[in-house]
Write a protein that binds this ligand. Sequence first.
Ligand code: NAD
Ligand code: DAU
Length: 337
Amino acid sequence: MRTILVTGGAGFIGSNFVRMVLVEHPDVRVVNLDKLTYAGNLENLAGYKEHANHVFVKGDICDGKLVAELIETHRIDAIINFAAESHVDRSLVDPGIFIETNVNGTLTLLKAALDKKLERFVQISTDEVYGSLGPQGKFTESTPLSPNSPYSASKASADMLVSAFGHSWGLRYNITRCSNNYGPYQFPEKMIPLMINNALHDKSLPVYGDGLHVRDWLYVYDHCTAVWKVLTEARPGAIYNIGGNNEKPNLEVVRLILQYLKKPESLIGYVKDRPGHDRRYAIDSAQIMTELKWKPSVTFETGLAKTIQWYLDHPDWLEHIVSGQYQEYYKTMYSNR
Ligand code: NAD
Ligand code: DAU
């Protein structure tokens, strides 16, 4: 049996990944290290926290002693690093924690992975490290890094540390750079769940700027299958872009959500733009599709319908989040826009 250390496994993508591994790969044990920040939520692991192949540990990836102990005690073979501060808007208010977790935390994990001679280190990065595109073209793995926000700068720094550990000391690593994920268990600070939640409560849907910024939407389960293929089949040192081939302007996505929920377009409210807002992301996934035979399983229309239905079917999950500190967050971020 193989044992993997998944960090950030109580967050949105990490919890979807943990669930997928426990269900589809019964010969794998998962040690799940998560600090349970505002974004970490044990309800994301409902029904799986006590699974025989799952050990949950509340802790910080910046804690080198804890990471080393976990690797030894559980005989970890590989680390998959999902843990991060992940929201661009928060990074524009308080960048320091992004450096601490995304850069120093990754460095701590890298040191431990090298010291314990792990088989593989998979860094979950983002297409935002490439910066912003004009109307044409897509990001490939050789697009130069040109991050624009404190969040993406911290992720690009982490990527460079990972490859430096490979180059300098032979760490066996991979880096994945995916586009915008959506699906079950996403915290409602991100656009899709925020708009769903507001629409459900007949609240204004705050579209930044002209609403014509383009994102390339990737269903979270498809992202998880791609990461699994990278972990198990990729050549060491390879970087893979992962996208959904679903480029959409934000306004179109918001309109689809309103249509699904049978709510009026008059709920759309244009608000002040995000500072330095990247105009367009689009991913060329040819490399992972050709080399690892990965492809996304759902179209955007199907994935979005499944996602909205999931939020409709899980009112308690949503309510537990939006009735707490979230109210304060929303007031701070949106009241003066
Ligand atoms: P998330 O914010 O939902 O979850 C992050 C998780 O990391 C939380 O459970 C949190 O408690 C945990 N965490 C934060 N700091 C920690 C620390 N110091 N030690 C241990 N755990 C800590 O994020 P997400 O959307 O699931 O993103 C996961 C990863 O994927 C991130 O690295 C992010 O940069 C990357 N990514 C996300 C997207 C997206 O669309 N959501 C797209 C591209 C890349
Ligand atoms: O591209 C990958 C990245 O996608 C990840 O690395 C990040 O972790 C993830 O948060 C996401 O970043 P974005 O900034 O693209 O996602 P967000 O959901 O915050 O915003 C998506 C788009 O919607 C963006 O153009 C900003 C816009 N937006 C967002 C919010 C929260 C709005 O118009 N209104 C909003 O209230």
